[in-house]
Design a protein around this ligand. Sequence first.
Ligand code: SAH
Length: 413
Amino acid sequence: VIASSESRVTNPSILRHLTSKITATGAITVAEYMREVLTNPVSGYYVKNDMLGADGDFITSPEISQIFGELVGIWCVSEWVASGKPKVLQLVELGPGRGSLIGDILRVFHQLQSVLHGAEVSVHLVEVSPKLSQLQAQCLAGEYTCGGEDELVYRTGTTHTGLPIYWYRSVKDVPRGFSIFLAHEFFDALPIHKFQRTEKGWREVMVDIHPEEPDKLRFVLFPTPTLASTTLIHEDEKRQHLEISPEGGVIVQKLASQIAEDGGAALIADYGHDGTKMDTFRGFRGHKLHDVLEAPGTADLTADVDFSYLRRMAGDAVVCMGPITQRAFLKNMGIDARLQVLLRSCHDATTRAQLIHGCDMLTSPEKMGSRFQFFSLLAPSRLTQPWEEGEGLGRRRRGPAPLPVAGFSELGL
Ligand code: SAH
């Protein structure tokens, strides 16, 4: 962890900022609370910390095993091939953390140069955290230059494998063109609104100052409908309590429209559910659960991703696959065979044990295998076999049947 341990015990500036805001304008939404705590440009949790890894607050799959990123890399190449090998291939990652996932993918791209031959590959990273983006640059780029504060591209460089790489604060700034979008543990960090069903209808959960302890926060229910409670909740909703991230919805809409118009695919992996869970908002600090309202800014805040909401927001212009469990996805991608290949060429007992342990962490249902889900957006043209010109019964399919989507069904190797 980069932040000094002292500043992590409490982060008084965030709490002070929040209490003065609430005193001035009243209770704030959970989404506003989450946004301030995580990404406030001065003192936000993501802006100030490197929270990943054994010394941090949580550990993620790409940090556990290189095999994870390698299989996702094969998925990207496989989707590019199945889309007819377009000339331009933009690899876009949202929230790359330390850059480990994209680093492993770039190694695969380098090894598969003969397959990717002729494609113009470029790398685009969407990252709000100056601290993490710098770690990413150090890990991925041989050389890089920084743009100005106000520029859409705030850093550019060349990867160790010779590809152009760009950094943006928002996905809307990524250029148009055939793109494979990746988001691993990104959507769970986006601000959610929380709602409770009451006898009078849906009411929004807000964050307020505790009446007896002025430096403590507590949840309250807003007495009347709010803008969010009247606009975000679907009329068929059956649950008693809801968490919705409109920011996540807007990002998925942007991915869907770009994929529909320019081709490409998105792979979204996160812990989540398909519209069944209710109250999942929680904090993590030092790998332990942490009260979300306690010492804001010193712990990660997260909520399970509601894939049914993302599917609804993606709309009909793209095809959605999944969610399926991480275990099923990685098994379909051939994780067992990949592990055997690595073990065959590795004779160091400690490294062998690490490889085996890593795969078990990723796939075991009791560990990360079933809580983590994979979800994909694809261009409809990717899954249909084009018709020949002409009309009527004599009309035939032109060209080969579309290839199955890797990971979501067994990969025929
Ligand atoms: N994908 C990485 C890191 C996950 S942590 C991994 O799996 O290891 C979440 C990442 O998203 C961090 O890099 C964080 O800085 C970034 N992030 C969080 N909110 C963001 C936002 N609103 N816009 C862009 N990046 C964001």
